[in-house]
Ligand binder design. Structure first.
Ligand code: CA
Length: 404
């Protein structure tokens, strides 16, 4: 459960590792990769000791070896390009829903205490739990200290990983985990909700009252810590996060998009209804219309609490899927496929689209076959120019027009 804190992401947890895009930051001239690993490690030791970490905790660094496999995995991270319905179908599987519902029952009392204390509802936490580690079943098998030391020594993002390494030592020093307990994902995320050490130090809580914050073995600790982290990132008690809706045939499509907000009453006025056809509550709650497959596909209203998901991952397909999973655990029915047939562009077509948009002077970022915020904005501008429904979703028809 890794939130972006101004810097780029590392991975987004286990399930994300395969398709999270990494933007490479500037190469740091800092003390990375210079000299041999052992003497570099001594420098880390000195820094950690100076910041007050005990010698006992520092012994976790003794005899560490640079692990080239970690670096290979770091370089191997691919990109994500799949339609929402396909991806959500895979991620929010029948089995995950079944296990998720069982976990909600099994930990009902814990979840009730968490909701009372933090205001985060059980399904939201359980969905993250399921996506990150399949409810604690797969937490990774890399030695955290060794992974983080390797990534901090590497010159790609030492500014990100060196503080994580120091905070991993703090976790040991604090008595929460022993170095030998620290087995997790290859990029240093730990426990049932895949916390990075810095988030662990800042937000983890001891919720089962045994005196230690154990996000690996204690589900209550892990779940409550996830809630604490969400509150730190702005979760608002008592508010929804995402709601599937039904759209009219005609509406101002250019008002769709995660950056555009209107009171829920305004959406109701435009003919947006609940997924079951009933009227929306006509109140002032700000909401964005999210159309992960365009105006003919599934439709959602995203509320202020959805910002948690946007801080968690950059892919709108991924964030919508995670939030949708939470709505399913909260009792919503399976998503409708929308008002028509959607033909998503292939990865190659999306790249061609990006090249064509670039040629017309749009900044689409990297030509990577991923429909990110910049590509969506450029698509919308061209749709308006061509007098097409401006829902920001690229169709084969738009691509044909652009090719002319
Ligand atoms: Ca505990």
């Amino acid at each position: 459960m890794m939130f972006k804190t101004g810097k780029t992401g590392i991975t987004g947890g286990l399930v994300l590792a395969a398709f999270f895009t990494i933007t490479t930051g500037p190469v740091m001239a800092a003390s990375c990769g210079t000299g041999n690993f052992a003497s570099w490690l001594n420098g880390v030791k000195r820094e950690a000791a100076a910041s007050g970490i005990s010698r006992r905790a520092l012994s976790a660094l003794n005899g560490l070896k640079y692990d080239p496999e970690i670096i290979r995995r770091d370089r191997r991270q691919g990109v994500f390009a799949q339609s929402f319905l396909k991806f959500a179908g895979r991620m929010v599987s029948k089995n995950r829903l079944t296990v998720g519902r069982r976990k909600l029952k099994q930990y009902a009392r814990t979840f009730a205490r968490i909701k009372k204390h933090y205001g985060v509802p059980a399904p939201v936490i359980a969905a993250f739990w399921g996506l990150e580690t399949d409810f604690g079943a797969f937490m990774g098998n890399s030695r955290t200290i060794s992974s983080l030391a390797t990534l901090a020594y590497d010159c790609r993002r030492p500014e990100l990983f060196r503080p994580q390494l120091i905070d991993a030592l703090r976790i040991i020093d604090h008595g929460d985990l022993r170095a030998s307990d620290m087995i997790g994902a290859w990029a240093g995320e730990l426990g049932q909700l895949q916390f990075l050490p810095s988030d662990y130090m800042e937000s983890a809580v001891d919720f089962d009252g045994d005196g230690r914050r154990d996000l690996i073995r204690s589900a209550p600790d892990a779940l409550a810590s996830a809630a604490a982290l969400m509150v730190r990132h702005g979760w608002k008690r008592g508010q929804p996060w995402l709601e599937e809706v039904r759209l009219p045939r005609q509406m101002p499509w250019d008002q769709a998009g995660i950056d555009i907000r209107h009171p829920r009453a305004q959406w109701a006025k435009w003919g947006v209804r609940k997924a079951n056809g009933r009227p929306l509550r006509a109140d002032r709650l700000p909401a964005s219309l999210v159309l992960p497959m365009g105006r003919l596909g599934p439709a959602f209203l995203a509320y202020p609490n959805f910002s948690i998901y946007l801080k968690w991952n950059e892919s709108l397909v991924y964030t919508t899927t995670a939030a949708y999973f939470a709505t399913r655990l909260a009792g919503a029915s399976r998503v409708h496929s929308g008002n028509g047939k959607v033909t998503p562009l292939s990865g190659a077509q999306t790249k061609q689209l990006q090249r064509l948009l670039k040629r017309r002077g749009f900044d689409v970022g990297k030509v990577d076959g991923i429909i990110g915020a910049k590509t969506r904005a450029a698509v919308k501008a061209m749709q308006i120019k061509y007098r097409m429904p401006a829902d920001s979703y690229p169709t084969p028809a738009l691509l044909t027009k652009l090719r002319r």
